[in-house]
Design a protein around this ligand. Structure first.
Ligand code: NAP
Length: 246
């Protein structure tokens, strides 16, 4: 049996993660572990699209905040696909719970930090030893304009994403000699369920390009970072925000 190359994309059931899963399959022929939290119907739709495009997929329902659940899901995938080689991890799963800090409930702080920052830790450590052993791998973290610039009403989210940016830079230096690159992609306003209730007309007026981005425009940068041509890029944050911030 020949080795099949895989990517794990967290939060792949919807929005940016879904676009990343489909693009990694299309551009690199990677089979995809489709992680989601609860939306099984949407995750199944992504798995069906992947299968129709000629790659394998594996549905993995787990909460990135739950380290045991992450470890169990990775082990289950390995058992089901003993010949597989995981090549790419995309830490994409995310939520927002926006409010001014003065009104923010502790649970809204903790949920957001747990999902993005602890989620990054839980999922990355579940696959990192494998990457080190195989002396290769790509880790791509979906962060945000908010983590680079700060956005009022998002102190929880900005803090979590800034934390992931810091971890990206540290980890990149720890594993560079093992052939592993670690980078971040920082979207601005992207059309998805996360932004559907925002005042689009008001916000797009702030964007030099004059519109929200699409999930596919984020996915194409992730696919580039996963490509052989990006082997010398590590510890980097690439902004995808229509000129809002650099
Ligand atoms: P979205 O459409 O709301 O999708 C969120 C995805 O994350 C879904 O697949 C969801 O799974 C999954 N998810 C949420 N919490 C999870 C958890 N605890 N464990 C596992 N999966 C979880 O969001 P999006 O706009 O595509 O955002 C994707 C990433 O891009 C996030 O990290 C977000 O912070 C970042 N980002 C987005 C924008 C933007 O403008 N949209 C801008 C900058 C950065 P279910 O379907 O099962 O709920």
């Amino acid at each position: 049996m020949s080795t099949v190359k895989w990517a794990l994309v967290t939060g792949a059931s919807r929005g940016i993660g879904r676009a990343i899963a489909l693009d990694l399959a299309r551009v690199h022929g990677l089979s995809i572990i489709v992680n989601y939290a609860s939306n099984e119907a949407a995750a199944r739709e992504v798995a069906d699209l992947l299968r129709a495009s000629g790659v394998e997929s594996h549905l993995a329902a787990f909460d990135v905040r739950d380290a045991d659940a992450v470890t169990a899901a990775v082990a289950e995938w390995r058992t089901a696909h003993p010949e597989a080689r995981l090549e790419v991890l995309v830490n994409n799963a995310g939520i927002t719970r926006d409010n001014l800090l003065v009104f923010m409930k502790p649970e809204d702080w903790h949920d957001v930090v747990d999902t993005h920052l602890n989620g990054f830790f839980n999922v990355t450590t579940a696959v990192l030893q494998g990457f080190v052993r195989q002396r290769g791998g790509r880790i791509i973290n979906v962060v945000s304009l908010s983590g680079a610039k700060g956005v009022p009403g998002q102190a929880n989210y900005s803090a979590a994403k800034a934390g992931v940016i810091g971890a990206t830079r540290s980890l990149a230096q720890e594993v560079a000699k093992r052939g592993i690159t670690v980078n971040a992609v920082a979207p601005g306003f992207i059309e998805s369920d996360m932004t559907k209730d925002l005042p689009v007309d008001q916000l797009k007026a702030l964007v030099p390009v004059g519109r929200f981005g699409t999930p596919e425009e984020v996915a194409s940068v992730v696919s580039f970072l996963a490509s052989p041509g990006a082997a010398y890029i590590t510890g980097e944050v690439i902004h995808v925000n229509g000129g809002l911030h650099s």
